[in-house]
Design a protein around this ligand. Sequence first.
Ligand code: HEC
Ligand code: HEC
Ligand code: HEC
Ligand code: HEC
Ligand code: HEC
Length: 437
Amino acid sequence: MIQKPRRKGLWLLGLVLISCVGAYYVYTEIRPVVIFGLRDDYAHAIPFQKTPHGLEGISAKDCGGCHKEIYEEWKTSMHAHAYEDPFFQAYWKKDDNIWVCLNCHTPLENQQPTLIENIPDERVEKATQIPNPHYDENLRQEGVTCAVCHVRNGVIYGPFDDSVAPHPTEFDPAFRTTKVCYRCHNVVAGPLQFYNVGPCGTYPEYEGTFFMKEKGLICQSCHMPEVTRRVAEGAPIRQGRRHLWRGGHDPEMVKRAVAIQVQANPPAPMPGEEVSLTVTLINAGAGHKIPTGDPDRHFTVEFVVRDQDKNVLAQDVHTIGRWILWQPFILEMYDNRLLPLASRDYAFTYDLPKEPSNVVVDIRVRYHILTDDQHAMLREKYELRTNAPYVFTIYERSFPLNTHLAEVLDAQPITPYRGCASPPEEQLPLLNHTTLG
Ligand code: HEC
Ligand code: HEC
Ligand code: HEC
Ligand code: HEC
Ligand code: HEC
């Protein structure tokens, strides 16, 4: 008779023990230590590459001796900074400088201090490593360097089938397709990671939007603008592409992606009336969702009402991005990013004072590389030391909330579809990266 409750207690104890062991097993054996899974092509470094005949080395500087303009362009790109990038360095430190990140940020075996012998059960933290005798520290600093895309087995691969070069060349049709970008711009989810698309997963966002494919726009159409020039001194004039790869670090590129229009009802509000403002955002210039890539990226749409003394009377903020629960496991909760050509309205209403006034509403759209919290965390804990901006204002205007509103609304620039088959040169200035590092 007295034994029953004790047996129940034992059962409970057993259950608790089993759940603890289960949780321990999930945490140590199933749950990945990094925020993405492995796919065969990036689970390994690109094998060691020797210097092609006729060249002194495979560093970008070696190529730059002849391919001057391409070298100067590449130097200003995030590809060239993929290793030194202070945001990468801080996050990498947070992840205990784990080796797998290098397979995209410094992907050549020549650029990596250790060789990976094997990866038991695809668990990155269990990989066995040995020192790499061919490690070239200077090449590592070059991040996604020329040889990453162009050099294989002593041959330089490229988009031409008739080039005459002082080094061996081979035509590879993949250079004029999205295949060149696929390996690194499609980071997949791992087990127990529930993303819609993986982090830095721009490629599947583009795949899903066949309209862009129908238009014939590939990654290079927008990220490597077309140019007619000599590839090297004395070479023939050809159709090629600038090696710029502008993205979220360049406010001008982000501006190209978004068209913004403001409307008001009534367009000329009287004192005491309720006025409602609508901001329409259109993904008018990107072939994938905006924002894309790194899951920290987001836009904010802000309304701030102030009086003539700059006192804030009312405000409202909306966020465009993805909401991910990172702990205890990765679960993507919500994604309200804008698909290509999609538009969205953000509305705001305000009751005007009964007396005539000089109340204005400031409307601002900002692009954030990181959240303020992430930025502060990286500074405090992971030695982020850079003044590189991580928030850009891409749109900012003041609208008077009185009868002059209509004139200001009418004076807005018209913002048509911008699909950038070939963006005008002046819209893509070379970035000044002196603030990095
Ligand atoms: C001594 C000068 C010189 C150096 C150094 C040099 N190249 Fe070239 N490269 C050329 C010339 C000349 C061509 C031919 C251009 C043409 O036919 O229009 C060429 C062609 C190419 C092509 C086009 C190949 C094709 O058939 O599509 C690529 C890609 C290329 N080089 C990449 C590189 C890379 C990467 C490096 C460094 C590892 C490099 N080059 C170093 C002179 C050089
Ligand atoms: C992320 C990959 C990538 C990197 C890194 C890269 N290239 Fe290219 N490169 C390409 C693609 C894609 C093309 C094809 C462009 C086109 O359609 O004409 C190309 C084309 C070329 C060409 C042929 C001319 C042209 O414009 O098409 C040369 C020469 C060349 N690259 C040299 C270099 C040099 C030198 C570097 C380093 C300073 C470099 N590339 C870095 C992807 C890359
Ligand atoms: C070997 C891996 C690799 C390949 C191949 C590659 N990328 Fe990248 N790319 C990266 C990495 C890593 C970064 C991030 C660098 C950073 O911010 O630290 C990046 C950054 C970018 C950015 C800039 C994003 C920003 O934050 O401003 C653009 C745009 C881009 N890549 C486009 C392309 C295109 C287009 C191709 C194909 C022609 C391509 N990439 C091929 C690895 C790669
Ligand atoms: C129709 C033009 C267009 C096409 C096609 C396109 N992009 Fe973009 N992309 C943009 C614009 C504009 C931006 C800037 C907006 C932003 O950063 O959200 C951008 C941003 C990016 C970024 C920066 C994200 C970040 O975190 O800062 C990456 C990476 C990128 N694109 C990669 C790609 C890849 C890979 C492809 C091909 C699969 C591609 N893009 C196709 C226009 C395009
Ligand atoms: C499969 C390729 C791949 C791997 C592996 C990878 N990355 Fe990246 N990473 C990228 C690409 C592509 C981008 C650029 C996308 C974008 O701009 O949003 C990027 C961008 C980043 C950025 C944003 C940089 C900036 O300037 O804002 C950080 C931080 C970063 N990676 C950290 C890491 C860390 C840490 C690891 C390892 C745990 C890692 N990455 C592994 C491909 C990769």
